[in-house]
Unconditional design. Structure first.
Length: 272
């Protein structure tokens, strides 16, 4: 029974963190491929609702997926031994511990035209928000596509100088799971015998899943009605297709985000 307590505790923690390469698939029933499919199908529904007009047929959407999973496992144990002497009892306490951390990062990009998405098989798709593990449910792309269309219809995106015209939105979700167990056992003393008198084990584990989805939407330069705006948008030679403009939007977002982080670190740095 005593050994069963420790075995049960170990099994409990093992259920939370036992991956050499931690990925989202470990924790939920959806694989990375299924997660991407649900995101693309949610975009398709939003396009059918807000961008069904012919002028959006050649528009494009680019996604940047970044999944960061961090697992921490901590284990420690202690044992007390007793040996009777004629003048009293000698006690020996020993302990040991081990901490482990594993980090998995998965980053990739996917790009579709609106016309391609309309042909996507969406027989299996997210139907509700998942507040425990948001990336596997509806993530709010209906509002993202709707805002893009409204800005584009008002020609506000076309006014951007250089490789403008793309609309970028970043969504980030974090899920933290913790588990711990600390069983202990104390044994009744037995006279004239060196033996284990007590034992304790402390197991804990936590897992942090951070999912970042950056989405960029754009129309091709050739579809911009105003010639002057069209020439300004293409003057730096970034290409005319909506795919290229959407992907460029992701890269610009990453660049400016990195610059902002550098500025923030300089502002927060202690003065010497």
């Amino acid at each position: 029974m005593r050994f069963g307590i420790f075995a049960s505790a170990s099994a409990c923690i093992a259920l939370l963190g036992c991956s050499i390469h931690p990925i989202p698939d470990d924790l939920v029933g959806d694989t990375t491929v299924q997660i991407v499919k649900k995101i693309r199908c949610e975009t398709r529904l939003a396009i059918e609702k807000h961008a069904s007009q012919a002028r959006y047929k050649s528009a494009a959407v680019a996604y940047d997926f970044r999944f960061t999973v961090t697992e921490n496992n901590r284990g420690s144990g202690a044992a007390g031994f007793a040996f009777p002497f004629t003048n009293g009892r000698f006690s020996l306490n020993v302990g040991a511990g081990e901490d482990k951390q594993r980090i998995g990062v998965r980053n990739f990009q996917v790009v579709d035209t609106f016309a391609e998405l309309k042909k996507e098989d969406c027989s299996v798709q997210a139907t509700n928000a998942n507040y425990r593990y948001p990336i596997t449910g509806l993530v709010g792309l209906d509002e993202v596509v709707s805002t893009f269309v409204k800005l584009n219809d008002q020609k506000l995106l076309e006014q951007a100088k250089g490789p403008g015209g793309s609309y970028v939105d970043a969504l980030e979700f974090a899920t933290v799971i913790r588990a711990s167990v600390e069983p202990a056992v104390e044994l009744a003393p037995v006279a004239d015998r060196f033996r284990l008198a007590s034992g304790r084990i402390n197991l804990s584990a936590d897992r942090l899943d951070v999912h970042r989805l950056t989405i960029s939407l754009s129309i091709p330069i050739r579809d911009i009605p105003d010639k002057g705006t069209r020439e300004r948008a293409g003057e730096v030679g970034t290409g005319e297709t909506a795919r290229e403009r959407a992907l460029n939007g992701l890269e610009r977002f990453k660049y400016f985000e990195t610059q902002q982080k550098i500025l923030d670190s300089l502002q927060n740095a202690p003065l010497r």
